[in-house]
Design a protein around this ligand. Structure first.
Ligand code: GLA
Length: 377
């Protein structure tokens, strides 16, 4: 990173920072309903070599990009001005400055091993890597949760994607060997030990290679549907509805909103059940909760697709204790909790099923719960 930075910017960086991608164990489409989520950070991360500039220019280069330096005056940053990948780091600079943080120019060189479009939060990793680097370069007083909120604001307002706060909180606040139990209403969170290897289990990530894109309108429509349902029920958010109140609530809603509400209510309960199991060290019991979560996303929320459904079904048939799509949906990745001795068989079975169905070969890897955004050099 340091050498590449020098090649592009002709100077030595002040340091190198990294922020991870994530997989969510359970708690999907609950974050923008003020609900609960349980993600882990991945070892795969966006890294950034950085140095401050005194001339108010923001220069951005990505090793994954098309070999051009994007050069922007920080004073002129505004929503809609920057398109493409550079909008994410530029949006973070804009959000920090809009919140009153004294951030000036910078040279930023990005590298990444988080696959894009795989539902593994490469965008949040890019935002959070930028934010931790600028925090240290400009000595900002920016606790991790506040950093995550500003990264989310960059994505909501600058890039224009109406995501919740889960991905940025995961990238900013996760710790090694733990899942982040997050209450997205309060932003209160707790680290829940997650070391499946100690119980002879592995968490496999199956990237279906079906590119998902949160910006395509479907995500925004689902979010709007949930918010409309909450408003019709007179609730601040669907978080405020529980299973006991569900039947009466469904009677009051137009039929097309019922399944969305049913998913959110049942998913919040699954998160609480999952946390209780992990607290007791009963990892294997998590499996059925994952699979039930997938059924709910497939049948009620309708965000799965043929490839994610096939990966889940095949993984479970080949010995996984449970599996589900993770992230926003419409493609992306599946997580599967698998006894170590069955991991190869599961990976092979999914590969064979995809080949038989004529799908692109999936990429399967083992996920470990890694650390959140940090300085590395
Ligand atoms: C995406 C969004 C998150 C969350 C998930 C679904 O990853 O960025 O905020 O809504 O989808 O759980």
């Amino acid at each position: 990173m340091t050498e590449q930075f020098e090649r592009i910017f002709g100077a030595v960086p002040a340091g190198v920072w990294a922020a991870p991608g994530r997989v969510n164990l359970i708690g999907e489409h609950t974050d923008y309903n003020d609900g609960f989520v349980l993600p882990i950070a991945l070892p795969q991360a966006v890294s950034v070599a950085a140095r401050p500039r005194t001339d108010g220019r923001l220069r951005l280069y990505s090793a994954q990009g098309d070999d051009v330096v994007t050069d922007l005056p920080v004073d002129a940053l505004a929503p809609g001005v920057v398109t493409g990948w550079a909008g994410y780091p530029a949006g973070v600079v804009w959000a920090l400055r809009a919140a009153g943080h004294p951030v000036g120019g910078a040279d930023l060189y990005f590298g990444s091993d988080v696959p894009t479009g795989a539902g593994l939060s490469s965008s949040a990793a890019l935002e959070c890597a930028t934010a931790v680097a600028l925090r240290d370069l400009y000595r900002l007083d920016l606790p991790p949760a506040e950093l995550a909120l500003l990264a989310q604001r960059a994505e909501n307002r600058f890039v224009g994607v109406p995501c919740g706060v889960m991905d940025q909180m995961a990238s900013a606040c996760c710790t090694e060997g733990a899942a982040l139990f997050l209450d997205t209403r309060e932003l209160s969170h707790r680290q829940v030990p997650f070391r499946p290897a100690e119980q002879g289990l592995v968490l496999l990530v199956i990237d279906t290679r079906v590119k998902h894109d949160l910006g395509d309108g479907a995500y925004a429509a689902l979010r709007a549907g949930c918010e409309r349902a909450a408003a019709l029920l007179g609730l601040a958010a669907l978080r405020d509805l529980d299973a006991a109140g569900l039947p009466a609530a469904l009677d009051r809603l137009p039929t097309e909103l019922g399944p969305l509400v049913r998913h959110v209510v049942s998913e919040n309960e699954r998160v609480l059940r999952a946390v209780a199991l992990l607290d007791k060290g009963e990892f294997a019991e998590l499996g059925p909760i994952l699979t039930a979560g997938h059924a709910s996303l497939r049948d009620d929320f309708e965000v799965s697709c043929a490839e994610t459904d096939l990966a889940v079904e095949t993984a479970v048939a080949a010995g996984a204790l449970g599996a589900r799509m993770t992230g926003g949906g419409f493609g992306g990745s599946v997580v599967a909790l698998v006894p170590r001795e069955s991991a190869d068989a599961v990976a092979q079975a999914v590969g064979a099923a995809f080949a038989a169905a004529g799908h692109t070969a999936p990429v399967v890897f083992e996920a470990r719960a890694a650390a959140g955004a940090r300085r590395v050099v």
